[in-house]
Design a protein around this ligand. Structure first.
Ligand code: DX5
Ligand code: ZN
Length: 217
């Protein structure tokens, strides 16, 4: 099956966001991946609500919003109103993960949970049936352009097993260091969604890079 491709806008040209949004619209990509960083949960600040509002104006595909912020419950409704169709919080940033998931679902959108590279998949054993998407971080969150962490392959297989064992139907998303070199192996291990930032936006031909990722197998 073809993967869902979600280019990460973090690597786009912020001086020409409209142009890069149009590129994603016309490409084979499926979602816009939006990285929100607060400078506390991660050692970087990306962009916030006004920029997302601009992206929403131009985006014609679902917004997959990845919140790298502490205590995300404070802003879940705001991001829902800004058009998030998939809203992902970090396991490590939630005191009451189940409550956060229920709040996201109350808006009628998909609830995602991201795991840092050091967080065991088994920490989701008791919530997996409430989750629509698990985002496995394959780099330490905070920056684009980092190298892929190889341990991710084992985590995908373990998560896939957990999903099957519990009759869940959540998607597995991989975020960080994804390229056409590791995409096929990620999919064969069980990944459903590939996020790619630098690989897409730093390539000479982003449209064809996205097409290659979409058709990799
Ligand atoms: C990292 C972000 C990623 C990032 C991926 O904290 O969550 O979405 O944009 O960038 P690349 O694909 O360049 O590793
Ligand atoms: Zn991300």
């Amino acid at each position: 099956m073809q993967p869902i491709i979600a280019p990460s806008v973090l690597a786009a040209d912020f001086g020409n966001l409209e142009q890069d949004c149009k590129m994603i619209n016309t490409s084979d990509a499926d979602w816009f991946h939006i990285d929100i960083m607060d400078g506390v949960f991660v050692p970087n600040i990306s962009f916030g609500m006004p920029v997302l509002a601009e992206i929403q104006k131009h985006a014609q595909k679902p917004l997959d919003v990845h919140l790298m912020i502490v205590d995300p419950d404070r802003y879940l409704e705001t991001f829902h109103k800004l058009g998030a169709e998939i809203l992902t919080v970090h396991y490590e940033a939630c005191k009451h993960l189940h409550r956060s998931l229920q709040l996201i679902k109350s808006f009628g959108i998909k609830a995602g949970v991201a795991l840092n590279p050091h967080t065991p998949v088994q920490h989701l054993r008791d919530t997996i049936q409430d989750i629509d998407l698990v985002c496995l971080m394959s780099v330490n969150p905070g920056f684009g352009g980092q190298s892929f962490i190889e341990k991710t392959y084992d985590k995908i297989k373990e998560l896939k097993q957990l999903i099957e064992d519990t009759n869940s139907n959540c998607l597995i998303e991989i975020d960080g260091g994804v390229t056409d070199k590791n995409a096929a192996k990620l999919i064969s291990c069980g990944a459903d969604v590939l996020v790619a930032g630098s690989h897409v936006f730093k390539s000479a031909d982003s449209l064809s890079t996205i097409k290659t990722l979409k058709n990799v197998n």
